[in-house]
Design a protein around this ligand. Structure first.
Ligand code: COA
Length: 172
């Protein structure tokens, strides 16, 4: 079997419809995102990320990651205080169930972390406390849990699920 050709590159607007299809498959397989967004394209795109990258397999987008500014509001300031303004958040990381285990997420994360470092920003992320696959993935990559906060959105029962915040390893 030939090895698939993997490329990590900056996202283009033309990637968005295929990324929504990939995220639909991820939602059905892994419950990410936990609640399917009303405007899935806007959710994938996200307003004004600092950076957005796509993992392509044989010429097709199969995963993405974003780097976004962190404000002094919400859970970040609660946990990191004023230091939150020197942070950037890794968001919207997902890989198609058909392209798992190829190192796509690891390579996407590396590109996003390099970009954060160039901007002199520390990297953080958050995940649902029951997303065991993602938590294992981050811990294996050396990320440290920094605390838990209630999500700023509600699930189908009107509850705020618990999010675990993670800090990038210092040498990332
Ligand atoms: C988490 C996720 C992004 C990993 O994607 P991936 O491209 O398959 O991961 P990689 O191939 O880069 O794997 C990187 C490492 O994680 C490990 N890993 C990946 N998936 C794993 C799993 N299901 N169980 C255990 N380890 C796993 C790999 O073995 C690898 O370890 P290594 O570096 O020691 O070899 C993917 O499972 C996913 O899209 N999940 C649903 C969306 C999601 O939860 N996103 C995070 C939201 S916060």
């Amino acid at each position: 079997m030939t090895r698939p050709e993997v490329t990590i590159r900056p996202r283009q607007d033309a990637d968005l419809p295929e990324l929504v299809r990939v995220m639909r498959a991820v939602h059905e397989a892994d419950r990410y995102p936990a609640i399917w967004p009303e405007d899935a394209l806007a959710f994938v795109a996200t307003t004004d990320p600092l950076g957005a990258w796509v993992a392509e397999v044989d010429g097709q987008p199969r995963g993405q990651v974003l780097l976004c500014a962190v404000g002094l509001t919400g859970g970040w300031a609660e946990v990191y205080g004023e230091g939150a303004s020197a942070l950037a958040e890794i968001k919207r990381l997902f890989v198609s169930p058909s392209a798992r285990g190829l190192g796509l997420a690891r390579r996407l994360m590396r590109v996003a972390l390099e970009d954060a470092a160039r901007r002199n920003l520390g990297a953080v992320l958050q995940t649902l406390d029951d997303n065991h696959v993602a938590i294992r993935f981050y811990e294996r990559a050396g990320w440290h849990p920094a605390g838990s906060v209630p999500a700023d959105w509600t699930d189908g029962d009107g509850q705020h699920p618990t999010m675990v915040l993670f800090t990038a390893p210092p040498d990332a």
